[in-house]
Write a protein that binds this ligand. Structure first.
Ligand code: HEC
Length: 137
């Protein structure tokens, strides 16, 4: 817990510095990026992992989010999506993922995913940094 707090405050600091300089991510140091991802992993474990594996081999209640950035919504083979998701026409990128985590049920009425509402921009940034890193492996 102590480490979690330290990581989150470190990542918040990095995010704040980057956001204030108005060049999100472009000038962040490697250490800053690693801190963002580490904080995002903690958020993922606490808010998403109960339903989403970051490993496609593991069966989970929700679709795997490995490689989700750039993927068409509702397109993972073998997963039983809601009609709303299948017909949504959404492609997952940093903007649509941000809107999704802020209020998924408002973003896509009819989705089967339980309501999440992560409104804090820094928390969204952490999660996005982590989810994005899952898509680059
Ligand atoms: C209670 C279980 C649950 C939790 C917690 C949860 N999800 Fe989901 N998620 C689902 C389900 C079920 C779906 C499929 C929804 C549908 O078909 O309408 C889904 C779908 C998604 C999709 C669309 C994937 C695709 O293949 O199109 C994304 C992106 C996503 N969730 C992100 C997240 C993130 C990020 C978090 C954490 C902040 C999260 N989810 C938390 C159950 C959950």
């Amino acid at each position: 817990m102590q480490l979690t707090k330290k990581l989150i405050s470190l990542a918040t600091l990095c995010a704040a510095v980057t956001i204030h300089s108005g060049v999100a991510n472009a000038e962040m140091t490697e250490a800053g990026k690693m801190a963002m991802k580490a904080a995002g992993k903690i958020m993922f474990e606490q808010r998403c992992e109960s339903c989403h594996a970051d490993d496609p081999e593991r069966k989970a209640y929700g679709p795997s989010l490995l490689g989700v950035v750039g993927r068409k919504a509702g397109s993972l083979e073998g997963f039983d999506y809601s009609d709303a998701m299948k017909k949504s026409g959404i492609t997952w990128n940093l903007d649509t993922l941000r809107a999704w985590m802020a209020d998924n049920q408002d973003f896509l009425p009819g989705t089967r995913m339980r309501h999440v509402s992560i409104h804090d921009k820094a928390e969204q940034d952490f999660l996005l940094a982590y989810i994005n890193s899952l898509s680059k492996k």
